[in-house]
Structure formats: structure tokens, C-alpha cells
Design a protein. Sequence first.
Length: 283
Amino acid sequence: MKKVLTILLILVLLVVGGIWYMLSEAGDFIHTQIEKQGTRYLGTPVTVENVDLAYSEGRLAIAGTNIKNPENFSDDNAIALGEMSLDLGGATSEPYVIQNVSVAAPDILYEVNASGQSNLLVLKDNIEANMPATSEEPKQTESDQAMPRVIVENVTVSNTTLRLNFEELQTAQLEIDQKSYEVTLPTFNAGPIGKPDGLPADQVGAAVMKAMLDNVIKQAKTEARERLKAKVAEKIEAEKARAMEKIDAEKDRAREKLNEEKDKLMNKASDKIGDLFKRDDGQ
């Protein structure tokens, strides 16, 4: 029983941001705290559909986490995490070890507004602004006890649908006809997080989200860059083709003119030859 309660305590501390576990109504309590702490760190509303604690397995499953776009962007969700699960290691003393945080099939929007800002970078900046500096002492709980420290060995994000939207970005010179499209990202891993001494439990969730955003932003920029490069290359090829057509047209006109001049010369030569034979016949 003591081991089970220890596992529950670690799981809840990881998610709820430093408030001690209350055995009754645990699921609702965690649900509320994920939304509260997520909103605080990300600076935009966070909602959760369901939380499931698997006591005997040492696993926490969180379904339907939605993160709204920050201000100055569309009303769409920036991130819909689908299902996220946390698997504990066997450690029963600090730093406690989370073996893996797994995020399955998230739907992520990478949106750039008219001023060139991206929504995901704003969320990342919000996390960094709201996380304590590493030099700060661990926060105290309401019970005046120091926050336990946690290490996450690995973060796995699989089957990510990345939607890129540049509708508001001015790209008239490039003549981009498609400014909204989606791609599927390959599975990526991040971690470890918090080594060697662990992070205070209330910071781990934010650190996991930051690691995820770092990777997605990098891939989104790469994808956008490749798309723009392809569009520029397409435009260059189109300009080249038009130039070649113009050159070919000029060549055709020059060839026609040359043939016309040739015909004129031939006609003149024929007339002169005819005149010459006439004079010869007259003699």
C-alpha cells in the first residue's frame, strides 16, 4: 500500500504543479490542475477531456488536451495532444524517474500572422517566461514541504499532424497560391529532462512541452523553408522557360528575316542572271 501511495503521489505532483495528492476525487483534481497549471505556463486556455489513473500499473493517461492559440492569432487550437501517457520507473526516492512520456497523434498548428510571428514560438516564449530560473530554490507546497525532484528519461511524440498556415503572411512577390497545408511528422524523441538532479515536479510538465515545441518548431521551419525554396525554384524555372521561349521566338523571327533576305538576294541574283542572258542573246 505504501508503494502504491508513493507512485500516486509522484504521478500527481508531476502534473498538478506542487499540490499534494488528495486520495478522494483524484481524477477530477488532476484534471482541474492540468488546466490551471497549463494555462498559467502557456498563457492561453488549456482544456482536458479525461484523466485516467491506473494505480496498479503506475501509469497516468490524459486524453483530449487542447491548447488554444495565443492572442493575435486565429481562434483555432494551437495544439490538440490526443492521448498522452506517463510511465513511471522503479525509483522510490528522489529524483523520481518517469521512464517515458508518450504523446500519440497530436494535431499541431504552426501559424504565422501578418507581422511574421508564429503561434508556437509565442507559446514557447510564454513557457520560458513563466518557468523559474534554474538557480531558484524549489518551490514550497501549501504544506511547506519542498517540491520533489523528477527526471524524465524520454519523451516520445508519434504520428504528429502538422498544419502550416501562412494565410496572413504577405508573400505577394513569391506568388504563393497555397498558403495552408499539412504534413505528417516522423516520430521524434526528446530527453532526458531534468538530469542529473531532477527538476521540481511542478516544472516538469512545462519542460516536456518546451522540448516538444522545440522539435516541432524546428521541423515546421524546415518544412516551410523547403516549400518556399520549391516555390522559388518553380518560379525560376518558369522565368527561365519564358526567357527561352522569348529567345526561341527571337530566333524564329531572325531566321524568318534571314530567309526573307535570302529570298530577296536570290531573286535579285536571278534577275541579274536573266538580264545577262538577255544581253548575250542580243549579241
